[in-house]
Design a protein around this ligand. Sequence first.
Ligand code: HOZ
Length: 431
Amino acid sequence: MITSQSESLFTRAQKSIPGGVNSPVRAFRSVGGKPLFIRRAWEAWLEDEDGNRYLDFINSWGPMILGHANSMIEEAIREALPASFSFGAPTVKEIEMAELICSMVPSVEMVRMVNSGTEATMAAIRLARGFTDREKIIKFEGCFHGHGDSFLIAAGSGVATLGIPGTPGVTKGTANDTLTAPFNDLPAVEALLLANSGNVAALIVEPVAGNMGLVLPQPGYLEGLRKLCDAHGALLIFDEVMTGFRLAPGGVQEITGVLPDLTTLGKIIGGGLPVGAYGGKREIMEHVAPLGPIYQSGTLSGNPLAMAAGLAMLRHLKSNPSIYASLESAGKHLAEGLRQTDKELGLNHCITQLGSMYTYFFTDREVLNFEDAKSCDTARFGAYFREMLNEGIYLAPSQFESLFFSTSLTTDLQDMFLSAHKKALKKVMVS
Ligand code: HOZ
C-alpha cells in the first residue's frame, strides 16, 4: 500500500503542529507507523490522501452512528448555512435540542449545551462541587473524561496509550482532589467515601467504559454506585459522551434504569460537529448561571450549524429505535465471528461487545478493570493493527479504546472485516 502523500504530510505537519496531530490518540505512537491523513469519508469508508480506502471502525470516536456524510445530516447543515454560522445569541434550535434531549435521556430535566465532552465534564464537576459545597471527586482508573485537569489522573484513552502517569501542569491541589478507584469494585468506592466522609462532591463514571477498551459494568455495579452516592450525599455523574444515543436512545441509563444526578453528553448530539452538553435534575441544574451562582459560558455553545446537524441525528434516532436492535445484532455477529476465529486458532482472547461498540483484547484474562486491560500484549496489538490496516481496516490506534461501527456496516462488510481479522490474526499470532 502506498502512503507517500500521508508520509510527506506528516513530515510537514510536525513542523507546525505538536507531534503533527491535533489530538495525541491520532499519532500511531503505540502501534508503530505514521498517521494517515484522511481526505474524505462516506458511509462505512475512509479514504486517505493517497487514495487508499479503509473500512472505518473509529467513526470519529462515536458520533457517526449513521455512517459518514449521512445525506440527511448533510441536508440539515446545508439548510442552516445561509442563515450564518454563529450568533452568540439564543436560537429556536437550542430550545428544540434541549427539549429533545430531555425527552430522550431519562434523568435529564434541564440541559446546557457546550462545545465538547471535555467542557461538559469540567462543567459537571464544577456544578457538583458548587451544589454540594464539597471539593473531592472520585473517578475510575482507566476511565477518560476529556483533558480537564481533574481527570488526567489514572486516565484511559491517549493518556494510557502513551503511558503518561500524571500530566505536568496539573497542580498537586487538583490531583489531590481527585480520588481514584478500580472500575467494577464497589468496596473500593465505599472505602474512599468513608475515608473522605463529607468531602466527596461526586463520582464520575463512564457507565459502560470505553477508554480502556470496552469494559462492561458487572451486574449490580451501577446500582451499587447509585446506592453509595445516596448514602454519602455525593452526586452520581454518568459520562455518556460515547454511550449516549449510541447504545440506546437514552444511553446506558435507559438500558440499566440506573439514573444519575448529572449526565455529560458529546459528539453525537452535533451529528459529528463539535458539541457537548451536561444536564440532569432540575434542582441541580438551577444552580447554573444566570439562574444560580455556578458560572459556565461559551460563545459557540449551541452553535446553529451544530444544532441543525444534531437535531437531524437525534430526531432520526428517536423515530427509528429499531436501529439499535440491528446494531446489536451486527455487534453480536462480529463478536461471534471473532470468537469463532479464536477457537479455530486455539486462542481465548477477551472480547467485549455491546451494541455497536466492541474491543478485541490481546489477553486471556477477563477484562473488568484497567489492571486487567493493562495485561494485554500491546506489542502484539500493534502488529495486528498494522496488519489490519494492510487489509484495509482502520482500527483505533490503541488497545485502550473501544471500536465503533455504524448502520453502514452491512452484513457483507461485517464478513469482509471478519476475514481480514482472521488473516491478520494468523500472521501476528505465529510471529
Ligand atoms: N475520547 C476519544 C476516545 N477515547 C479520544 C478522542 C481524542 O482524544 O482525540
